[in-house]
Design a protein around this ligand. Structure first.
Ligand code: SF4
Length: 138
């Protein structure tokens, strides 16, 4: 699997997106998605993601996310999965999403996850300890 460079993981969400999706921050732990949905908006050329069906990971992303969460004074709900299903088949062994959830729980952030995989059930032990949790299945 290809590892790509990332300067930051946590993005602030404002304006209409904040009201519409009910999230304050957004993270995409993987780039690309292998589910192949024909209705997928993320594969649109406006996002300029080459080879969208190939899943890539971001170098050192958990350490970067840890630093970013630590520095945020404003807590809130973090959206995961807007541009890539975070519970893709690789997540089962890599556990990147699981590590990110542990950080969100530790720093008292909520989470909103979009997924079409029942692998999310694996992380129910962490999700049960979080205050605000939204899971959306497609
Ligand atoms: S699961 Fe989501 S991100 Fe992945 S292909 Fe389907 S719509 Fe796109």
């Amino acid at each position: 699997m290809q590892v790509i460079k990332a300067k930051s993981i946590l993005q602030k969400v404002g304006g209409h997106s904040n009201q519409w999706f009910g999230i304050d921050y957004n993270i995409n732990l993987y780039k690309g998605c292998s589910h192949g949905c024909i209705y997928c908006d993320s594969r649109s050329s406006c996002y300029q993601i080459d080879h969208f069906d190939e899943v890539r990971i971001k170098d050192n992303e958990i350490a970067i996310l840890n630093k970013e969460l630590q520095s945020k004074k404003k807590k809130g709900v973090v959206g995961i999965g807007a541009m890539s299903d975070t519970y893709n088949p690789f997540e089962k062994n890599l556990e990147i999403t699981r590590q990110a959830l542990k950080l969100l729980q530790f720093y008292h952030f909520g989470v909103s996850i979009d997924t079409k995989s029942d692998l999310v059930v694996r992380d129910i032990d962490i999700l049960k300890q979080m205050k605000n949790v939204i899971i959306k299945f497609t």
